[in-house]
Ligand binder design. Structure first.
Ligand SMILES: [Zn+2]
Ligand SMILES: [Zn+2]
Length: 455
């Protein structure tokens, strides 16, 4: 007997193929591009679960979905994310179109949403707009656990308000999604990165601090020092980290307005009994953030433990050509959510099996069986049959494997009497039923409850 493989046990076969290639010294099979992955049918229920929870919670909070293209003109990201950020300098997939215009696969969702907001004059629909997005993003990073070159993110944006309550809501929304998913051990890190005004003063202080240490910075940071000293704070290299450790922090240099905004955001969170930690080194790797910046980290994901991040971006709409419009939002990687679900062994809702499997005694009954299959589907029950031409026994095996609740067996003798055999796969009881009454039993509320009576 051929052993049927499930979707997730094909690793051995993959290895076998690789060994064969190595032995023969040739590439026989084309693989997925580096840093990408197939989401196989065996894992899809996790993705449905995560997507359903996200949509449910975001609907509850009043966000409406927006879908922007997977690629945009490169300029959009250079202008919004910032020329000297890691994303723009080394991580974007950029290519010319046939007329030589530079396009980039979206590395993040906020800039495209703001572009669409402006292009469609959404400010005329309502002063404050609440949007969410969900889908693939692309960054040419070194692949590592939980980090892919094509990865999925969902995010929300509240555009058109300065209210500290909106900052708090964004954080609460993210937490609500994780809570509903069943994830635990989450921590919230929060900071304020100031506004245009107080940041200018802070950058002067930072430059002054770095001035006599710049020889010890890495080559990239030496360049950042002149171009955009704030980005030195993102550097992950040990030498730079040591220097950053002692650097002045922006939180000590906030203007009055930023200070009181931050205090209010925190008081909303306290009011909701949310535990958070202030992290004065949290700056996020994008230029457009102002005031509130936050990250949600999962204690169990190792070094790459940030599972969501966001903040306020009060100048972005204006920088992309709109009138001054404050905004706040966050984005979260969905692959990391799925890894965390696995690690924390969160039980997913049980899969709904097939309602009815249609089996036939011989191939001669195929046309009659097929007609019946469509009749059952038209009555809003899920139904399927096997097209491999296997024996009745092998068809019953398939019915068991896909967890069909009932099997209808179409046989020579019964069909001549306009009847079929209906079998309850759970109780193993079966009896002959008239096709007409079977269809009648199937019609109704789309549940298989009526069929209990039939058997
Ligand atoms: Zn300020
Ligand atoms: Zn550095």
């Amino acid at each position: 007997m051929i052993k049927r493989l499930s979707w997730n046990t094909n690793i051995d076969i993959k290895k076998e193929k690789e060994e064969k290639e190595e032995k023969e010294g040739i590439i026989l099979f084309i693989r997925v591009p580096k840093g990408t992955q197939d989401i196989l049918p065996g894992d899809i229920s996790k993705w449905y679960y995560v997507e359903d929870v996200i949509k449910e919670i975001l609907n509850k909070y009043g966000y409406i979905e927006i879908r922007t293209p997977f690629f945009e003109y490169t300029d959009l990201f250079v202008r919004s994310i910032g020329e000297s950020t890691d994303i723009v300098t080394k991580e974007m997939f950029t290519f010319p179109d046939r007329k030589g215009r530079s396009l980039t696969l979206r590395p993040e969702g906020t800039a495209p949403v703001v572009r669409a907001y402006l292009e469609n004059s959404m400010n005329r629909i309502s002063k404050v707009i609440k949007l969410f997005y969900l889908g693939p993003m692309f960054r040419c990073e070194k692949p590592q656990s939980g980090r892919f070159r094509q990865f999925n993110q969902f995010g929300i944006e509240i555009i058109g308000t300065q209210a500290p309550a909106a900052d708090a809501e964004v954080i609460l929304t993210a937490l609500d999604v994780y809570k509903k998913l069943g994830l635990k051990n989450l921590e919230i890190l929060i900071n304020s990165v100031g506004c245009k005004r107080c940041r200018a003063d802070y950058i002067q202080k930072l430059k002054k601090y770095l001035e006599n240490k710049k020889d010890f910075l890495c080559s990239e940071c030496k360049e950042r020092y002149t171009k955009n000293p704030l980005r030195v704070l993102d550097c992950k290299k040990d030498d730079c980290k040591e220097i950053i450790e002692e650097a002045p922090v922006i939180i000590d240099n906030l203007c009055q307005e930023c200070e009181s905004h931050f205090t209010e955001v925190k008081s909303y969170l306290n009011d909701q009994k949310i535990i958070f930690y202030e992290d004065p080194r949290l700056v996020r790797g994008l230029d457009y953030y102002t005031k509130t910046a936050f990250e949600i980290v999962s204690g169990k994901l190792g070094a790459q433990n940030s599972i969501a991040g966001g903040g306020r971006y009060d100048d972005l709409v204006e920088e992309l050509g709109g009138s001054p419009t404050p905004a706040v939002g966050f984005a979260a990687g969905m692959e990391r959510m799925i890894i965390a679900l696995d690690q924390q062994k969160v039980a997913l809702p049980p899969k709904k099996g097939l309602d009815i499997f249609v089996a036939k005694v011989s191939e001669k009954n195929q046309d009659r069986a097929f007609r019946l299959l469509q009749q059952i589907r038209n009555a809003n029950l899920s139904a399927d049959m096997d097209y491999s031409g296997g024996s009745l026994k092998s068809q019953m095996r398939i019915a068991n494997k896909i967890k069909a609740r009932y099997t209808v067996i179409v046989g020579e003798e019964e069909i001549s009497k306009n009847m079929v055999i209906l079998r309850n796969m759970h109780t193993k009881e079966q009896k002959e039923v008239k096709i007409d009454s079977l269809i009648k039993y199937c019609q109704g509320d789309g549940s298989t409850d009526n069929l209990k009576e039939a058997v």
